[in-house]
Design a protein around this ligand. Structure first.
Ligand SMILES: Nc1ncnc2c1ncn2[C@@H]1O[C@H](COP(=O)(O)OP(=O)(O)OP(=O)(O)O)[C@@H](O)[C@H]1O
Ligand SMILES: [Mg+2]
Length: 228
């Protein structure tokens, strides 16, 4: 459903993502592994259209390489940021209503519960009053409510306590059940365990794509086998 061909992303004159090719199938959870600074977030932003790129991105049979962010969003791509934004003055319930496809308060409450938050959070502002983990969970709830075709989740587990990793993996499996494909950036083994396939990215390049167990082993043994 997503095909990336020879994608290169240059930031301030430096190639950060280099000649990356990757395919994600329907309802596939594809994990992107890589050490800090390997280019995972840059690749995620390029797929969303936040950063310009060279190469080709085909989504559901359509070449979207030159489409702006909102056109990609309209076609069903969404990105949950590694560092979720703060929206001082905006209540959680209003934020979720904006993201929600069905605009139904019952569904919003259900999503809040699914990501492990209390209903009382709906009446709080999305600002510094919330913890990092709470903001990550709100972001995941908004992705659930958007019902995207492709969710790019940039470390949804970061800032989340280890005890809740299972809960976050269940949310991702729920997305898959809803017919969504997921590109999942993570460092956590619990998350890798729900992947169908995985890719190691190293110095901005694809080192290897394969099935979960193969890639897990390879990553443990050699997290970045390529040199710049
Ligand atoms: N505008 C820029 N100019 C120069 N270098 C940049 C720029 N933006 C990002 N980089 C560098 O590109 C590399 C990849 O960054 P990126 O945020 O994509 O890594 P990442 O794999 O998501 O890392 P992490 O696991 O820490 O989140 C880093 O070394 C970063 O410093
Ligand atoms: Mg990152």
């Amino acid at each position: 459903m997503l095909r990336i061909e020879n994608l290169t992303v240059i930031r301030d004159g430096i190639p950060i993502v280099r000649d990356v090719s990757l395919e994600i199938g329907e309802r596939e959870v594809h994990v992107l592994l890589g050490v800090n600074g390997s280019g995972k977030t840059t690749l995620a932003h390029a797929i969303m259209g936040i950063y310009p790129s060279k190469g080709k991105i085909v989504f559901l049979g359509e070449d979207i390489t030159h489409l702006p962010i909102w056109e990609r969003a309209r076609r069903g791509i969404t990105l949950a940021f590694q560092e979720p934004a703060r929206f001082e003055g905006l209540l959680v319930k209003d934020y979720l209503m904006l993201s929600s496809r069905e605009k139904d308060m019952g569904k919003i409450k259900e999503a809040v519960k699914t990501v492990g938050l209390p209903y009382s959070i709906l009446f709080q502002e999305i600002g510094d009053n919330l913890s990092g983990g709470e903001r990550k969970r709100i972001e995941l709830a908004s992705v659930l409510l958007m019902k995207p075709r492709l969710a790019i989740l940039d470390e949804p587990d970061s800032g989340i306590d280890i005890l809740s990793f299972k809960q976050i993996s269940n949310v991702i499996l729920r997305m898959k059940e809803m017919g969504c494909s997921v590109l999942l950036i993570t460092h956590s083994e619990d998350m890798i365990n729900i992947a169908d396939r995985a890719t190691i990215i190293c110095s901005g390049k694809v080192a290897k794509t394969g099935d979960r167990e193969e890639i897990k082993k390879l990553f443990k043994y050699s997290p970045c086998p390529l040199k710049r």
